[in-house]
Ligand binder design. Structure first.
Ligand SMILES: C[S@@+](CC[C@H](N)C(=O)[O-])C[C@H]1O[C@@H](n2cnc3c(N)ncnc32)[C@H](O)[C@@H]1O
Length: 364
């Protein structure tokens, strides 16, 4: 990969406008793909398609370039995003690849958290169809409150809870709406949000985290440790995207075309589209920890969950001083001892605590 070529294209595009992207002398397959990204961001879909086709012809073994070229060609030909129904493609995506192990690791870890309590009143924010919650549930969970804006997803979760006879209340709302009008009985031993708070805008999220800090004894988040980039089209981000999507696409063999054309390529190019509203605000795990401390949680720890193709997943565990410290309090058990402290040991810098390299594209 030649990042110097990408930097040259990026700077030319920023200083002289998109037209310069056609004339800068950059020839690597990655530079052609980068041109496709810059063209797509500009709404120049025909250019994007031609550039991606050149990238794919120059490096046929690169599955990202090949799938991108096919997706852009269809978009140019039909004006539509793809031939597949997004729903089928998303279903194949979540049921396959690394998502299986990611969700297994997440549910197993949540189950161990519940085991630290005799009986826990739980709040799940952005529960979706319960993919993380339902396999984790045990007889330690006395009651669950659910917050989820999608009524159809919420219905899947409530049906499963009813079938299992688990006491629950369901709130069909966003976290913002829930916090603005909380239920009368609104305090929980434990709140969890798995791959959900990344959907909330940071300024609003901070207000919600502050509210949670005074309404829950403990908050556990599952999130991805995604690097921060200065600009969505920054060369380093595009290199990251190409490298990570190559890993992700490689995880799908039989369903690859369906998953790539119906879900992953729309996700990839959507993240470069300036005309659509941003729906995902991922960030490094360290930033989640900072946000939680700022919100009022006095203790924050993180444990590596799974090395997912997009980024490493972590469980971030936050509690306040008034909560019994899990390191010393017997009812909260020993599990925190295995956690990685989020504050780097002095002098070691950011890498001091990191145990692995680095988000799931969130379906919303
Ligand atoms: C990637 S899914 C994760 C679902 C589930 N927690 C899981 O782990 O399978 C993100 C979920 O967050 C929900 N969501 C999006 N914005 C939200 C918001 N502002 N407040 C609460 N939930 C939200 C979406 O509807 C979706 O169900």
């Amino acid at each position: 990969m030649s990042s110097a070529e990408l930097v040259e294209l990026f700077e030319a595009c920023r200083s002289d406008g998109y037209a310069s992207v056609r004339t800068v002398d950059a020839e690597s397959s990655l530079a052609w793909f980068y041109r496709a990204v810059l063209a797509y961001a500009e709404g120049e879909i025909r250019d994007a398609s031609a550039f991606a086709a050149t990238a794919a012809a120059r490096e046929p073994e690169n599955i990202v370039f090949g799938e991108a070229a096919r997706w852009l060609e269809r978009r140019t030909a039909t004006g539509r995003a793809g031939v597949y129904e997004l729903r089928d493609a998303f279903a194949a995506f979540v049921r396959g690849g690394g998502n299986v192990a990611l969700y297994r690791a997440t549910s197993e870890r949540l189950r161990r958290v519940y085991a630290e309590y005799d009986s826990v009143a739980l709040l799940d924010i952005g529960v979706g169809d319960g993919a993380a919650l339902l396999p984790a549930l045990s007889d330690r969970v006395g009651h669950v409150d659910l917050v989820e804006p999608s009524e159809s997803l919420l219905a899947v979760t409530t049906a499963a809870l009813s079938a299992r006879g688990i006491s629950h209340r369901a709130f069909s709302s966003t976290l913002e709406e829930f916090v603005a009008a909380p239920p009368a009985v609104g305090a929980w031993d434990l709140t969890q949000a798995t791959f959900a708070l990344q959907s909330a805008r940071p300024a609003e999220r901070q207000v919600e985290l502050r509210w949670l800090a005074s309404h829950t004894a403990r908050l556990v988040l599952a999130e991805f440790d995604v690097p921060r980039f200065d600009d969505p089209q920054a060369p380093a981000r595009v290199q990251y995207v190409v490298e990570r999507y190559s890993r992700g696409l490689a995880e799908y063999v039989e369903d690859r075309e369906l998953v790539a054309q119906g879900f992953l390529m729309p996700m990839l190019f959507g993240s470069f589209d300036r005309t659509t509203a941003r729906t995902n605000y991922e960030q490094p795990i360290e930033s989640w920890a900072d946000d939680l401390r700022t919100a009022g949680f006095t203790h924050v720890a993180a444990e590596h969950l799974y090395q997912y193709w997009w980024a490493d997943a972590y469980l971030v565990d936050a509690w306040t001083e008034t909560t019994p410290d899990p390191l010393t309090h017997p009812s909260l058990g020993n599990s925190k001892r295995a956690m990685i402290p989020l504050s780097p040991p002095s002098g070691t810098g950011r890498s001091g605590w990191r145990v692995a390299t680095h988000a799931i594209p969130c379906s919303g």
